[in-house]
Design a protein around this ligand. Structure first.
Ligand SMILES: C[S@@+](CC[C@H](N)C(=O)[O-])C[C@H]1O[C@@H](n2cnc3c(N)ncnc32)[C@H](O)[C@@H]1O
Length: 283
C-alpha cells in the first residue's frame, strides 16, 4: 500500500494541522537545551526550555490515539560545568501532561565518540583529586504511553504483516535497556549542522510500537530521519520543522529527490508551509 507523508514547516508548539487522536506513534529528538555545538544560546533560560517541552508534551498527548506511545531521545546537558537534569524534568512534564512513564533505555555510542565531550583529558593532564570529568557516551530514550493499549483493536491481518523479527531482537539485543548504536558521523552530508539521530533509533521504535499503514509523528523533524524510516517500514508520517531550509534535505533523505521515479511506488510527500496560527508563519 502506498504511504503518505506530510512535512509541515512550522512551530510544533501547536500542531493545529493534526486532529485529536490522529497519530499512532510519536518519535523525536527535541532540540538540546543550549548544547554547546548545536544550540548555543538558543533558549533564554532553562525555564523557557522547559516551557517548550511542556507545550510539546501537551500537544503530543492531544494528537496521539489512546494507548499509544511517545518516544523521546533526550539527555541531560552540561553547560559551563553545570548539568541540567533534562531527563528527569522531561519525565515529570510528560507525566503531568497525562502520560504513563513506561521505560528508559540508555543509548551507548561507540567508545571513540568524543565530538562534544573531551573532558576526560583534564584528569590525565592533572592526575590529582578533583580533576575528574568523565566523557559522556550515553543518551536516554524515554518511553511514555497514553493510557492502556487495546490489543484487540488490531486485526489479525495487520498483526501478521507487522510482525517483528525475533532473530533481529535477539541478534541486535533490542531486549535490553542498553542499546549500543553508532551515532551519525559529524560532517555527514545530509545531516550537516543538524543534530540527527541514527536511523537505527526510529527504526527500532517504529517496528516495536506501530503497525503497518499507521501514522508516525516527529514534531522536531530535522533532516527527516523518522519520516524516512516510517516510509521504508510502510507507515505514514507527519513531521514538523521550524527551519524552512531543511525541506529539501528531508525530501532527499526520504528518497523523494531526483531518483524518486526509481522507487516505483505511489508514496507521496506533501510539504506544507504554515501561513497562520498561534505561532504564525516561520521566520
Ligand atoms: C535534534 S534536531 C532533530 C534531528 C532529527 N531527529 C534528525 O534525525 O534529523 C531538532 C530539530 O527541531 C527543530 N526545532 C526546534 N524547535 C522547533 C519547534 N518549536 N518546532 C518545530 N521544529 C523545531 C530544529 O530546527 C531541529 O531541526
Amino acid at each position: 500500500m502506498a504511504t503518505n507523508h506530510k512535512l509541515i514547516l512550522g512551530n510544533c508548539m501547536t500542531m493545529e494541522e493534526l486532529p485529536d487522536r490522529s497519530v499512532h506513534l510519536m518519535v523525536t529528538s527535541p532540540p538540546y537545551f543550549n548544547a554547546p555545538f548545536d544550540y548555543k544560546g538558543l533558549f533564554k533560560d532553562y525555564g523557557q526550555y522547559l516551557g517548550v517541552l511542556r507545550n510539546f508534551a501537551q500537544e503530543t498527548f492531544r494528537v496521539l490515539q489512546d494507548g499509544r506511545i511517545a518516544v523521546l531521545n533526550i539527555d541531560d546537558m552540561l553547560i559551563d560545568g553545570e548539568k541540567f537534569p533534562i531527563v528527569a524534568d522531561a519525565t515529570k512534564i510528560f507525566q503531568e501532561a497525562g502520560f504513563r512513564y513506561r521505560d528508559r533505555i540508555v543509548w551507548k555510542k561507540p567508545d571513540g565518540y568524543l565530538r562534544i565531550s573531551r573532558r576526560s583529558g583534564v584528569i590525565l593532564q592533572n592526575p590529582y583529586p578533583m580533576y575528574f570529568y568523565p566523557d559522556n557516551l550515553l543518551e536516554s530514550i524515554i518511553i511514555f504511553q497514553k493510557g492502556k493499549f487495546d490489543y484487540r483493536s488490531i486485526s489479525k491481518e495487520v498483526r501478521a504483516k507487522s510482525k517483528v523479527d525475533t532473530k533481529e531482537i535477539q541478534t541486535n539485543k533490542w531486549y535490553m535497556t542498553l542499546w549500543e548504536m553508532n551515532n551519525v558521523m559529524p560532517g555527514s552530508p545530509l545531516e550537516k549542522d543538524i543534530a540527527a539521530f541514527p536511523e537505527e533509533l526510529p527504526y527500532r521504535a517504529i517496528k516495536l510500537f506501530s503497525y503497518k499503514d499507521e501514522t508516525v509523528l516527529d514534531p522536531f523533524a530535522g533532516s527527516g530521519t523518522t519520516m524516512k524510516k516510517a516510509r521504508e517500514l510502510g507507515r505514514n508520517s507527519v513531521g514538523f520543522e521550524i527551519k524552512k531550509s531543511l525541506a529539501p534535505i528531508v525530501k532527499k533523505k526520504m528518497g523523494f529527490g531526483e531518483q524518486a521515479t526509481l522507487l516505483q511506488n505511489n508514496d507521496k510527500l506533501e510539504i506544507i508551509i504554515r501561513k497562520s496560527g498561534k505561532y504564525g508563519p516561520i521566520r
